[in-house]
Design a protein around this ligand. Structure first.
Ligand SMILES: *[C@@H]1O[C@H](CO)[C@@H](O)[C@H](O)[C@H]1NC(C)=O
Ligand SMILES: *[C@@H]1O[C@H](CO)[C@@H](O)[C@H](O)[C@H]1NC(C)=O
Ligand SMILES: *[C@@H]1O[C@H](CO)[C@@H](O)[C@H](O)[C@H]1NC(C)=O
Ligand SMILES: *[C@@H]1O[C@H](CO)[C@@H](O)[C@H](O)[C@H]1NC(C)=O
Ligand SMILES: *[C@@H]1O[C@H](CO)[C@@H](O)[C@H](O)[C@H]1NC(C)=O
Ligand SMILES: *[C@@H]1O[C@H](CO)[C@@H](O)[C@H](O)[C@H]1NC(C)=O
Ligand SMILES: *[C@@H]1O[C@H](CO)[C@@H](O)[C@H](O)[C@H]1NC(C)=O
Ligand SMILES: *[C@@H]1O[C@H](CO)[C@@H](O)[C@H](O)[C@H]1NC(C)=O
Length: 905
């Protein structure tokens, strides 16, 4: 019964208020992210047998064994993946399918959604430069500006973009496709209308991957390949590279992993040097279909870049797949140092003036939502410098005017604006004050970013002839002093579930301007790891062009060891941001191409304290022509305290980052290496002492080698200073979750508007059965839900949130004597029947997009169709600890629910 039940995706807004029964129903219906009965089957690829024969044998066997019949969705005959995707008419035939000889893995087919925009704006018209040449700021951040100056732009390198297609008719993307064009080819696997949730909707593949409806892939393509010399002075990182567009997202914008697998294998077989994928789902396991296939493509010497995911607000260790694939380059996001601001124009010759709409409820960075026609502008005093304009109520009708208003140091800007309300001005333009916000219901108000712009407007307005306009599509780049250059809040945290070093590194992904389908506006600004990912694909193309294609094998290490630390804030003495979010740092292509020193490994995986690998050797190789002396030192990043006192992961904005470094010792602090020679250094790392190990602190940082010829190269480390296996896996104590009066797990009757928890025994009739809800505090390979007799003596090993008494003794239940031999089967206990089973889950989080808590309907029937007999029951929830042994009872958390009677009625 893999994936037979719903995974509910709870968004932040629903978590905070009382949760409606109708919403819960909707979530259960919508959120099932697997296709019932659909599976990807991997067959052993024994060289003795051609894939075609293996497929025929398998299909013959399945025909004999699957009583309910089946259809074939896909056939994979790649040297990287031999198998099929099948649709069973009866999901229960899975047991027979799994027993077919030659089957090495069966995985449910999962739905992947195209990433949602984070702060998307459609642009038009050019804007004014301000400091760093407009459009080039991301390259300035990564040293790509220097590489472009040297004449490299990725010529001769082939990059596959697996996404929503590309609008190749865009003038900055070549204005056409096919041989000789930037977009040299591609394939559309889905067509415009494919909707993976609708069983009647079938993919309509063809050879044309043009994106005219969704935009995401066009934006990605521009990050890599936009030709210089356009309105926004943007240039792609590798604008001379050849791009192949594989379209996997229709206009409906979701797809399935059997299609994504096919796209990856095709990109591989069609000779892509680099494959870039800006999609994913919260998962974090290296064993999911896409993680496995992506990792195999990388193992064959192709560069595979994958977006880390936009789940950063959900807290630490909430990574996504396929970014969790072992050999891929998972890319996190750093905010652009420039952000776009709307601008206003005046009737006097002057550069467009950037401003901010101060209405709290409107989206940041948008123009004032008023007409584009010119408004006459005036000031409220004969003296433009007056310090008490609008300090008293104004009743004159100002509706035809834009009021240029110097913020008053005497009465304060909020008093001034309140005084202007009765006058109903067409717009207010405020200057000479700190940033502020207004609740809704005030006249439209623009706050000028620069005081000088305000002084200019005020003196012109004093002359009596000034008009101003607020164009709806006119933006300017201004330096972002608050978070420019910092890790984007949305960028997902690693490490991955098996504690791999994730993300690998980061690149600019917040506030990125790029190409957009011509029919939808041509240019847009958007944010996401979706855009940092192709940035690294482009950077890799520059490296391959300069160093040759053999450099692909070592690409991740090269970019990691030459990246730059990302600070945790803009304060001067700020420690570096956790590598669990920034990876090894912000890539620097100039360093990568100029360093004459290599370090290996580039990352030290410390694991957790139960499997701590604290002592490791690193090798420093001097590839230059002169001897170099290296000074070695340790730079710790902030440590993330993963859990709160209830054992649940912290989430944004409360994620705890503390100055509590790991202990690091090096057996030498300085070493001289001859030209072409190498030296080995022993690094010994101990978990941090200043944080409680039970809170699972994530430690990270770098060992840096600073060479006498100017090279700076780094080895990054990451690990968990506590034992994951000992951590409680079923979440309890999360009492702000889901309903008014308590936390999960709980039986949730569905008879009132608001979701609430059943307390004490309760009877239900067959038509009105409840839902069971729970959340995981830790990732788990295996979770089961069974029906047991109400008189069963099994008891919970985790505290019951419904009981006011403090925690019961954990793991008191002894299953000895009942244990089976088979791996990853929940120890059998006397149950009435199985209800649900989940594999390879991530931990939940109360906050954040795409973060699961889980639900199961109390069933009226068992899987075999038998009606659940009338009687008194409880639900038994069991979850295997991460890294736990399925055969060890103490490695399972147990929760026993309130008593549920099923009665006639
Ligand atoms: C446009 O970008 C180029 C680099 O590609 C830069 O040299 C130039 O100054 C920029 N132009 C403007 C107007 O910012
Ligand atoms: C910049 O990016 C951040 C994060 O995505 C977003 O919140 C902000 O609104 C963006 N700012 C602009 C001006 O686009
Ligand atoms: C910088 O970006 C952040 C969000 O990404 C935003 O809150 C802030 O207002 C921006 N600052 C400027 C000066 O644009
Ligand atoms: C960490 O240790 C566990 C348990 O031995 C292992 O399964 C896992 O692969 C290790 N992770 C890494 C990155 O080595
Ligand atoms: C440091 O450790 C490395 C690796 O164990 C070893 O090869 C090297 O000789 C050691 N150096 C010194 C000075 O002890
Ligand atoms: C549930 O129904 C049973 C049988 O009808 C009855 O004995 C029991 O008292 C009922 N329990 C509750 C909590 O109403
Ligand atoms: C639970 O009941 C079974 C018999 O149904 C008994 O063998 C077992 O010892 C009991 N376990 C506990 C912990 O009381
Ligand atoms: C159906 O499944 C239930 C629960 O596992 C079991 O008790 C019952 O005997 C089964 N019925 C048949 C006809 O197999």
């Amino acid at each position: 019964m893999l994936g037979a039940l719903a995974v509910a995706l709870l968004s932040a807004s629903t978590a905070l208020a009382a949760f409606k029964t109708s919403e819960l129903r909707e979530l259960i219906r919508k959120a099932d992210d697997t296709i019932p009965g659909a599976f990807i089957v991997e067959l052993s690829s024994s060289p003795a047998k051609r894939a075609t024969d293996a497929h025929a044998d398998f299909l013959g066997e399945l025909d004999r064994r699957a009583a309910g019949g089946f259809s074939t969705r896909k056939k994979y005959k790649s040297s990287l993946f031999n198998g099929l995707a099948v649709q069973l008419n009866n999901p229960d035939d899975l047991t027979s399918l799994s027993a077919i000889p030659n089957v090495v893995a069966v995985r449910p087919i999962r739905v992947f959604h195209a990433p949602e925009p984070i702060n998307r704006r459609i642009l038009s018209g050019a804007a004014a430069a301000n400091g760093i040449p407009l459009g080039q700021s991301t390259h300035y951040m990564t040293g790509v500006d220097h590489i472009h100056e040297q004449g490299y732009a990725g010529k001769g390198i082939k990059i596959a973009i697996i996404d929503s297609g590309v609008d190749y008719m865009h003038p900055s993307l070549g204005g056409g496709s096919g041989h000789g064009f930037k977009i040299a080819g591609g394939y559309d696997f889905v067509g415009d209308d494919f909707d993976s949730y609708n069983p009647d909707s079938k993919p309509m593949p063809d050879n044309d991957p043009r994106d005219t409806c969704y935009g995401h892939g066009t934006h990605v393509a521009g990050v890599i390949g936009a030709n210089p010399g356009n309105d926004h002075n943007i240039s792609g990182v590798a604008y001379e590279a050849t791009l192949i567009a594989y379209r996997v997202f229709s206009c409906v914008a979701d797809t399935t992993d059997d299609i994504l697998t096919e796209a990856m294998l095709r990109a591989y077989s069609e000779g892509a040097d680099i494959v870039t994928m800006s999609f994913g789902a919260v998962d974090g396991w290296a064993s999911s279909t896409l993680s496995v296939v992506a990792s195999r493509v990388a193992e064959m010497g192709r560069v595979v870049t994958v977006a880390a995911g936009n789940y950063g607000e959900g807290g630490p260790m909430l990574f996504s797949s396929p970014a969790s694939g072992e050999n891929v380059i998972a890319v996190g996001s750093v905010q652009n140092i420039m952000t776009m601001r709307p601008t206003l124009l005046s009737s006097v010759e002057h550069a467009p003036i950037p401003y901010e709409d101060v209405d709290f409820y409107r989206k940041q960075g948008q123009p004032l939502p008023i007409s584009e026609s010119p408004l006459p502008a005036r000031i409220l005093s004969t003296n433009p410098n007056s310090e008490d304009q609008a300090c008293a109520p104004i009743t004159e009708d100002l509706s035809k005017w834009a009021i240029v208003l110097r913020a008053s140091p005497k009465c304060g800007v909020s008093t001034q604006i309140r005084n202007l309300v009765p006058a109903n001005p067409g717009a207010i333009i405020v200057y000479d004050t700190r940033e502020f916000i207004l609740p809704s219901g005030y006249p439209p108000c623009a706050w000028l970013l620069n005081k000088d712009d305000g002084i200019f407007l005020a003196s012109e307005a004093a002359k009596g002839t000034l008009t101003v306009t607020f164009p709806q599509h006119n933006f300017a780049d201004v330096p972002n002093k608050s978070d420019g250059g910092l890790v984007s809040v949305f960028s997902s945290h690693g490490p991955s579930n098996e504690l791999y070093f994730k993300p690998a590194l980061s690149a600019p992904g917040g506030n990125i301007t790029s190409t957009w389908p011509v029919d939808l506006g041509s240019w847009a600004t958007d944010s996401g790891t979706s855009y940092s990912c192709p940035y690294v694909a482009g950077a890799a193309a520059l490296v391959l062009q300069v160093k040759g294609k053999a450099a692909s094998k070592n690409m991740r290490s090269l970019l990691q060891s030459t990246s730059k630390a990302v600070p945790s804030s803009n304060a001067n003495s700020a420690l570096a941001q956790t590598l669990a979010q920034s990876g090894a740092g912000l890539i620097n292509v100039y360093n990568a191409l100029n360093a004459q020193t290599e370090v290996s490994p580039a990352t030290l995986l410390l694991n957790d304290t139960a499997h701590w690998k604290g002592s490791q050797d690193i090798t420093i190789k001097n590839t230059g022509k002169q001897a170099q002396t290296y000074d070695l030192s340790h730079f710790p990043a902030v440590t993330v305290v993963s859990l709160d006192s209830t054992g649940n992961y912290w989430y944004y904005p409360d994620i705890k980052r503390v100055d509590a470094p790991a202990g690091v010792q090096l057996n030498v602090s300085r070493v001289t290496v001859s030209a072409g020679g190498s030296a080995t250094v022993r690094v010994t790392i101990t978990p941090p002492k200043a944080v409680d190990a039970k809170l699972l602190p994530i430690v990270s940082g770098w060992i840096t080698a600073t060479g006498s010829l100017g090279d700076i190269v780094k080895v990054s480390y990451m690990g968990v200073g506590g034992s994951l296996r000992d951590a409680q896996t079923i979440s309890t104590g999360n009492n702000q979750l889901a309903y008014d009066d308590g936390g999960l797990p709980a039986v949730l009757p569905m008879d009132k508007d608001n979701v609430y928890a059943q307390r004490g025994p309760r009877n239900y009739t067959l038509g009105k059965l409840p839902v069971f809800g729970f959340m995981l505090a830790q990732v788990s390979r295996h979770v089961t839900l069974d029906l047991i007799d109400a008189k069963s003596n099994i008891s919970s090993t985790v505290p019951d949130p419904l009981e006011s008494s403090p925690a019961q003794k954990r793991r008191a239940f002894n299953l000895s004597g009942l244990l089976p031999g088979a791996k990853s089967v929940a120890p059998p206990v006397p149950t009435v029947g199985a209800i649900a089973e989940w594999r390879d889950l991530t931990h939940g989080s109360i906050y954040g997009p795409g973060v699961p808590w889980l639900t199961a309907d109390f069933p009226a029937h068992f899987a075999n169709g038998t009606t659940v007999p009338f009687g008194q029951y409880k639900l038994l929830l069991r979850a295997l600890h991460v890294g736990g042994d399925p055969d060890t009872p103490a490695d399972w958390d147990i929760y026993v629910s309130q008593q549920i009677g099923v009665i006639e009625g």
